[in-house]
Design a protein. Structure first.
Length: 170
């Protein structure tokens, strides 16, 4: 448990057991994008935004503390605990050298791309009906065609995006 790098076999088995336990014990599949959308709904309601009254945030993602929010918080706390336990905790960003070689030294450009990329990923998860953990892990665990298609799309789009952004240097 204190290793900085786990065996992919051990991590995969533990993830499978976690996903199965979640489904069996609380009748919920794992997924984190819904937790972020629930947090968005709570914040919209808190700040009296007109978006809080939209059909989506009223009925699909109402402003309640959901299982997915608890799962999301648990993932953050688990990652923090693990990094402290393995003595690997430190604040860090993307590797500067690789980023700077391809895109230049602008911090504003870096943060803008990260922010826009996060919006695209969250929006895409909403369209797809789940995020990587929701579709890839929980979906394939149930042999869902959407989960299986998502994994193929995930790898293909990841390879294409990496080649576009980094070219032959990656």
């Amino acid at each position: 448990m204190k290793e900085k790098i786990w065996s992919p076999w051990a991590a995969g088995i533990l993830l499978g057991l976690t996903a199965t336990a979640s489904y069996v014990l609380v009748d919920k599949t794992i997924g984190s994008s819904g937790g972020l959308e629930s947090i968005d709904s709570i914040l919209l309601k808190l700040f009296h935004s007109s978006l809080a009254n939209s059909m989506y945030f009223k009925f699909q993602m109402p402003p309640v503390v959901s299982f997915q929010i608890l799962l999301f918080v648990g993932m953050l706390l688990g990652a923090l605990t693990s990094s402290i336990w393995s003595k690997d905790f430190k604040f860090r960003m993307m590797p500067d050298q690789q980023w700077t070689q391809i895109f230049g030294p602008s911090k504003l450009k870096r943060w803008s791309m990260i922010f826009i990329g996060g919006i695209i990923i969250e929006y895409s998860a909403g369209i797809a009906g789940g995020c990587t953990s929701g579709l890839a892990i929980s979906g394939t665990m149930q042999l869902s065609p959407a989960g299986l298609l998502f994994i193929v799309g995930l790898f293909v789009s990841g390879i294409i995006t990496t080649k576009i952004l980094y070219g032959r240097d990656y």
